[in-house]
Write a protein that binds this ligand. Structure first.
Ligand SMILES: Nc1ncnc2c1ncn2[C@@H]1O[C@H](COP(=O)(O)OP(=O)(O)OP(=O)(O)O)[C@@H](O)[C@H]1O
Ligand SMILES: Nc1ccn([C@H]2C[C@H](O)[C@@H](COP(=O)(O)O)O2)c(=O)n1
Length: 220
């Protein structure tokens, strides 16, 4: 069972995917963490992230390893735990530019496909282009959405007191960059089930996705 969960930032992809994978005994892959990891490596190694050629030349250098246990997902870069630094503001501000470079996408997509192929009990893979490009033959594709206001409120709560208006603007800017890039943009696959999470609790979204997976399992 391969489940692809895509959607814009703050729609609940990570929280939902981890919980669904844990409940159903599946592996879990956070592909955003991989793009963040390569971005962190570029910044740490002095690569100019406004220079697409420089990013492309360096794209093959870092070794990125993702742990796929949903109760303890991990990510290392060249053997170093990167789970903290990849969430820093500087990485968040630069990840859309780095992830738009085709050589970066080719490298990370190959990694994602090999992780999915090796997941013996099945996997939930979440990101922006999983249903459209990375795993177009996934058994189930889900596209999560939510209003910008709901997403900003969720993120501000997480960032403890962050300005909701500024958070909303930052989310919208990153979604616009991710949706408008030429290579494999953020998009809903034609055969994805869209779930609007604006007025749902996280628990309701998890239950909805678990039901969709169970229905798919029963039908195959
Ligand atoms: N339905 C929901 N209702 C309320 N809060 C939610 C809901 N879904 C997720 N959240 C909360 O919103 C925040 C963002 O969720 P999450 O990180 O899962 O989103 P995401 O889509 O993976 O975002 P990103 O793409 O930026 O990583 C978290 O604090 C999470 O607990
Ligand atoms: N499949 C993916 C996953 C992520 N990205 C890029 C675009 C996002 O803004 C960024 C960070 O993702 P997040 O941690 O917020 O889920 O990574 C992508 O291009 N493709």
């Amino acid at each position: 069972m391969i489940v692809a969960i895509d959607g814009p930032s703050g729609t609940g992809k990570s929280s939902t995917s981890k919980a669904v994978a844990a409940k159903l005994g599946l592996s879990y892959l956070d592909t955003g963490a991989q793009y963040r990891a390569i971005t962190w490596w570029m910044i740490s190694n002095g690569v100019d992230v406004t220079d697409a050629d420089a990013i492309a030349s360096a794209a093959g250098k870092p070794s990125i390893v993702s742990g796929t246990d949903p109760s303890h997902p991990t990510i290392t870069v060249d053997g170093v735990d990167a789970s903290g630094p990849i969430r820093e503001q500087d990485v968040t501000a630069k990840v859309s530019a780095v992830s738009a470079v085709p050589e970066v996408r080719a490298r990370i997509t190959e990694l994602q496909r090999s992780i999915a192929a090796g997941a013996e009990n099945g996997i939930v893979v979440e990101g922006r282009d999983i249903g459209t490009t990375v795993l177009p033959d996934a058994d189930l594709k889900i596209f999560l959405t939510a209003s910008p206001e709901a997403r900003a409120a969720r993120r501000s709560g997480e960032l403890k007191g962050a300005d909701v208006h500024a958070t909303r603007e930052a989310l919208i800017k990153r979604d616009a960059a991710d949706s408008s890039r030429k290579t494999s943009p953020l998009a809903k696959a034609d055969d994805a089930v869209e779930v609007d999470t604006t007025d749902l609790t996280l628990q309701q979204v998890i239950e909805c996705v678990v039901t969709l997976v169970e229905e798919k399992r029963a039908a195959t």
